[in-house]
Write a protein that binds this ligand. Structure first.
Ligand code: NAD
Ligand code: WQD
Length: 339
């Protein structure tokens, strides 16, 4: 079975993907600098699967270390999660984001080229779409200029990977445009473990429910949506993880660079998420309505037909599953991996 290098594999989406890779029989080498994760996530992946993976602590900007990873392991393909993802922080320290996400990705593909490894799956984001597009968003719609530096790094890396694959037919690259990943593995053993105050809706909701935060601020209730609150396409992290295995399979038989949306195709409002969370988990989430958050759009959800048809991928989990699984993880690990 193939040997997959997973950059950022100790993180939220990476750890779930490593688990699915091991269960499917792949060998896994994780390369992560642990800047936003804990190695404990990988210990748990090993105990959940009963299989071993190789962990190497290192930075994607370190070309010498990357060369030795490729020299010491016979890598067949790379799934590239490593990078920074906090939208607000990216406005404060843009160069840190350009360095980790853009320069780091360039270092990685250079090392891949030196090692003659040309199969790559890249974590992109729905944030690359032009805000003027009307949902459902499909992959042929124009990309835009993201309103924040984080989104800008995703757009730039997508574009440079597209140019790279045009210049050399040996490259085979999947750009997976994630919508809003939430949920956790059903065991409750691995999940999202944000440092500090969460930026994203789901960890904020679970931290309020568990008593770590006082109340949820709902950013705006005057959007042109079903109930005035923002609408997003929440996708279960296990479905998202499996999309990477489908993309790996697809890339074995195709050259070039291609983008796929990874979402359920269904939009849910913030109030729907909060209310459904309360219903399925039997807990209250205190909230207040706050002003709109800068840079937010009213509605964003995917047309996911391309991924369903071309990748043989189908999302299996609904919003109730996502909210139950997020809550199980939070309850079992009130302080994340720091227990
Ligand atoms: P995460 O922070 O949990 O995982 C990222 C991992 O990369 C972490 O383990 C971190 O330690 C590691 N890392 C960061 N910089 C590195 C570097 N320079 N060298 C080596 N390792 C480094 O985030 P996640 O939610 O699992 O996201 C994974 C990828 O998916 C990221 O590229 C992110 O931008 C992208 N993405 C995430 C979302 C989301 O909402 N979670 C949505 C769209 C795209
Ligand atoms: C979802 C909805 C908020 C927090 C971000 C990035 C995007 C991608 C995914 C990486 C919105 C509302 C949120 C809160 C709230 N990341 N909200 N109170 O903004 O769709 O996407 O994460 O690629 O690039 O921008 O996700 O979870 O922050 O927000 O009311 O405390 O919840 O306004 O409508 P978003 P989110």
């Amino acid at each position: 079975m193939a040997n997959i290098l997973v950059t950022g594999g100790a993180g939220y989406i990476g750890s779930h993907t490593c688990l699915e890779l091991l269960n499917a029989g792949y060998d896994v080498v994780v390369y992560d600098n642990l800047s936003n994760s804990a190695q404990e996530s990988l210990n748990r992946v090993e105990s959940l699967t009963g299989k071993k993976l190789t962990f190497i602590q290192g930075d994607i900007r370190d070309s010498v270390a990357l060369d030795s990873v490729f020299a010491e392991h016979q890598i067949d393909a790379v799934i590239h999660f490593a990078g920074l993802k906090a939208v607000g922080e990216s406005q404060q320290v843009p160069l840190t984001y350009f360095d980790n996400n853009i320069a780091g990705s360039i270092q990685l593909v250079q090392a891949m080229q030196r090692a003659q490894v040309f199969n790559l799956v890249f974590s992109s984001s729905a944030t690359v779409y032009d805000e003027a597009n009307v949902s459902p968003l499909n992959e042929d719609m124009p990309t835009g200029m993201p309103s924040n530096n984080y989104g800008y790094t995703k757009l730039i890396v997508e574009q440079l990977l597209q140019k790279l694959s045009l210049s050399d037919q040996r490259w085979s690259i999947a750009l997976l445009r994630y919508f809003n990943p939430v949920g956790a593995h059903q065991s409750g053993q691995i999940g999202e473990d944000p440092q500090g105050i969460p930026n994203n809706l789901m960890p904020f909701v679970t931290q309020v429910a568990v008593g770590r935060r006082e109340k949820l601020s709902i950013f705006g209730d005057d959007y042109d949506t079903v109930d005035g609150t923002g609408v997003r396409d929440y996708i279960h992290v296990v479905d998202l993880a499996n999309a990477h295995l489908c993309a790996l399979q697809n890339r074995l038989n195709h050259n070039g660079c291609r983008a796929w949306n990874i979402g359920t195709g269904k939009g849910k409002s913030v109030l729907q998420v909060k209310n459904t969370f309360e219903q399925v988990n039997g807990v209250k989430v205190a909230f207040e309505i706050s002003p709109r958050r800068e840079g937010d759009v009213a509605t964003s959800f995917a047309n996911n037909v391309r991924a369903i048809e071309e990748l043989n991928w189908t999302p299996k989990y609904n919003l109730e599953d996502m909210l139950k699984d997020s809550w199980r993880w939070q309850q079992q690990n009130p302080n994340g991996y720091r227990d």
